[in-house]
Design a protein around this ligand. Structure first.
Ligand code: SF4
Length: 121
């Protein structure tokens, strides 16, 4: 069986064809660097995704601060993680790099601020 993947590791977005026989990956083509094959193997065994979203900020010059995860988490936990993040709120000032939640859903992945928001003056 051939499965198609679009590698999301870098902006090249290589289209990768993976040949899988009896659940075993037998060949990979279409990738232009070794990360593509590693991506396919990860997708077949333990697919993971990152999240970039925003969190409400009280008393800030902006109403929202952008955040992301420090490491990708299992794909099937993305909705639960979004719910958890949606429940967070911050009070300005917040600084890029601030950890606002450690170990989301028990994973080795923290929620960090990616854009600073100053306190409203
Ligand atoms: S295979 Fe390599 S070059 Fe292609 S999208 Fe993945 S990481 Fe980028």
């Amino acid at each position: 069986m051939t499965r198609e993947f679009t590698c999301i590791i870098c902006p090249n977005g290589c289209e990768i064809q993976a040949e899988i026989n009896d659940g075993v990956l037998t060949s990979v083509s279409g990738h232009t660097c070794p990360k593509g094959e590693a991506y396919v193997r990860q997708e077949l065994t333990d697919p993971r995704r990152n999240i970039a979203t925003s969190v409400l900020v009280k008393d800030g010059e902006l109403p929202l601060a952008s955040v992301r995860l420090t490491n990708p988490i299992p794909k099937d936990q993305i909705f639960a993680a979004m719910e958890t993040i949606r429940g967070l709120s911050l009070t300005a000032p917040v600084k890029a790099g601030d950890v606002i939640l450690k170990g989301i859903l028990g994973n080795d992945s923290d929620v960090i601020v990616t854009k600073s928001v100053l306190k409203i003056s």
